[in-house]
Design a protein around this ligand. Structure first.
Ligand SMILES: NC(=O)c1ccc[n+]([C@@H]2O[C@H](COP(=O)([O-])OP(=O)(O)OC[C@H]3O[C@@H](n4cnc5c(N)ncnc54)[C@H](O)[C@@H]3O)[C@@H](O)[C@H]2O)c1
Length: 272
């Protein structure tokens, strides 16, 4: 199902680690829709993941960049503009990591060095890439920048731990930078709040299988898959959504507006 919505557009995609990654699906969908892309990830992820397979498939270059390093980001945007022979039309930030989650630290026993590292990787990196792009004037008028987030920014999901604060910060950057970038260059900035998805980052959260199932049973349309998320991203990169900016957009099969489902009540009721 390709409508060539991104014909002639050029983009940078952060965060494809392996074929389960949401960014991997976005890359495939963007190219199927006529875009040219550059893939990027942290140097260690380039060594450990399978991004080169994706690069071959998408006929795209891979540029290493630690998203917390301003000099790496400057090199990335400058090289991309050179390679594309012009400015960029869309950027995907699909990056998340909490050291406290990885080390299984409870929320009431956080290590603050770990917290700062996770905040830098998961949220401040978004500001860094926007600031670098802004200062280099790297994005075309009505270009579109997206970051992926999770509803734990608004509601408590205990095992999501300090990633909840990271996502709140990320969503706030989309609003604040969205104002400034909108005023200056008509660049739009949004976050997509995605359903739980079986990926490396997703399944790193304790009890992930449980809340994947829970969300699936609550959501009238069921959990949104990574493939569906990719399709939604394409619409937001396209010219059909030119005036959408500074929004946190739920892509979750209706989860965010549902209190409880009959299916779940039936399951819990039977336990009595
Ligand atoms: N999987 C889910 O359930 C889910 C739900 C909602 C939102 N999200 C968000 O989607 C995004 C993508 O995650 P995913 O589920 O595809 O998992 P993933 O593990 O495939 O992707 C996470 C990516 O972040 C990259 N990364 C980590 N540190 C980095 C750094 N310093 N510099 C550059 N890149 C770095 C990793 O290499 C990896 O490619 C994340 O923001 C995640 O929080 C995921």
């Amino acid at each position: 199902m390709s409508h060539k919505l991104l014909k002639g557009k050029k983009g940078i995609i952060f965060g494809a680690l392996d074929s389960k990654s949401i960014a991997w699906k976005v890359a495939e969908e963007a190219v199927a829709n006529g875009a040219k892309i550059i893939l990027t990830n942290a140097p260690i992820a380039l060594r450990m993941g399978s991004i080169n397979e994706l690069a071959t498939k998408c006929n795209s270059k891979v540029i290493a960049a630690d998203a917390t390093s301003v000099s790496d980001l400057e090199n990335l945007f400058l090289t991309a503009m050179q390679d594309f022979d012009g400015k960029i039309d869309f950027v995907l930030h699909s990056i998340g990591m909490s050291v406290n989650v990885r080390k299984k630290r409870d929320y009431t026993n956080l290590n603050y060095d770990f917290l700062i590292k996770g905040l830098d990787v998961s949220a401040i990196s978004f500001h860094k890439m926007l600031q670098v792009a802004f200062q280099l004037d790297a994005i075309n008028d009505f270009g579109s920048v997206l970051a992926l987030t999770y509803i734990a920014a608004q509601r408590t999901f205990p095992d999501y731990n300090d990633m909840a604060e990271n996502k709140s910060y990320l969503e706030s950057i989309a609003r604040s930078f969205g104002y400034h970038y909108g005023k200056h260059n008509h660049v739009r900035i949004n976050t997509i709040s995605q359903s739980p998805t079986m990926t490396t980052a997703g399944s790193g959260v304790a009890g992930f299988d449980g809340f994947f199932e829970y969300a699936d049973k609550i959501s009238p349309l069921g959990n949104a898959s990574a493939e569906d998320c990719a399709k939604y991203c394409i619409t937001l990169f396209s010219d059909y959504t030119k005036l959408v900016t500074m929004q946190n957009l739920f892509h979750d099969g209706g989860f965010s507006n549902t209190g409880v489902s009959k299916e779940l009540i039936d399951i819990l009721g039977k336990k009595k």
